[in-house]
Design a protein around this ligand. Sequence first.
Ligand code: AMP
Length: 359
Amino acid sequence: MLAPGSTIGILGGGQLGRMLAMAAAQLGYRCHIYCPDRESVAADVSAEFTCAPWTDNATLTRFAEQCDVITFEFENVPVEPLAALGDKLMPHKRALETAQDRLKEKRFAQGFGAQPAPFALVDGPQDLANAIERIGAPGILKTCRDGYDGKGQWRIFGARDADAIRLPNAECVYEGLVEFEAEFSVIMVRGQDGEVRFWDSAQNAHSGGMLVTSTLPASNLIQNQVAAARDIAAQVAEALGYVGVITLEFFATANGPVFNEMAPRVHNSGHWTIEGAATSQFENHIRAICNLPLGATGTRFETIAMDNIVGADALTAYDVLAEDGEAHLHLYGKKEARDGRKMGHLTRVGPAVDGAKRP
Ligand code: AMP
């Protein structure tokens, strides 16, 4: 067990790091943020901040010397320089290596029975034409690496769309468009002794590739598919020797769960766990990497809704506090409300699960 007062290093300085650091502070730990951007909403709530490029080996080495354990909140950290962190990194960098590449993660998950949408590697215009021919359209072309929140993705409705796309100078994957009834994620924590715990799966709604809202309870279709999806998640985590919170995203279809992607970290669709679960995803991630006993993950309310606050909406976010005394507002402290930027989230809860009406 990591002693109170120890320092947790976090690679990445965004809102996930901020909420991890807040959970770590509650458990008596200090956080040290490492990120290349001068503006870091995680550093705003942490004891220490190193602002340096991911590839700065000397600075990474010094950072590692100052931390007792190191984790990440951003999955696109270049993996090679992480050798400087030695065995302090948790989860292991092999989880990053797998999840950073859409092709690799699909093939990896397939090894444990996951069914992804039909997919093909695209490394040039001829590959794309062949992929559309084989898989059909509509489909989605995605860069294998560095995409998030719908960035690096192009919808393709037919061969003519394919001709119009200026292919990026990077490997892509073309995948068939899945006819899903709903989306959900499996969020799981795995301790250093291999114990696993799951949170209930929320029903996720996306717009333009970005999560908009997560609600509980999820539809019956999702609830019927969660067990199979959890089974895959547990096997993936075990094979990676994973420690901490891991997320796998699925489409619920008439033919069962279709695997979309995985994130080796806490996830936007688990933000509701801060108020809605006995222990939040952030706290359990910290508990796992610090080798503390994992907390209970049960859901505390009959209904829960988490809405992202995107772009300029944050300006009016406080209005909801007057309207709804049960609303839990989280603002991330980002200075610039650019369009499409996640500024915060709002969690609303219904009656407590034991049926007791809250006053
Ligand atoms: P991703 O970046 O892969 O998580 O995709 C973001 C969102 O785009 C997903 O949550 C879906 O709403 C949508 N999407 C991505 N891939 C597909 C697909 N193959 N079929 C249907 N919708 C998709």
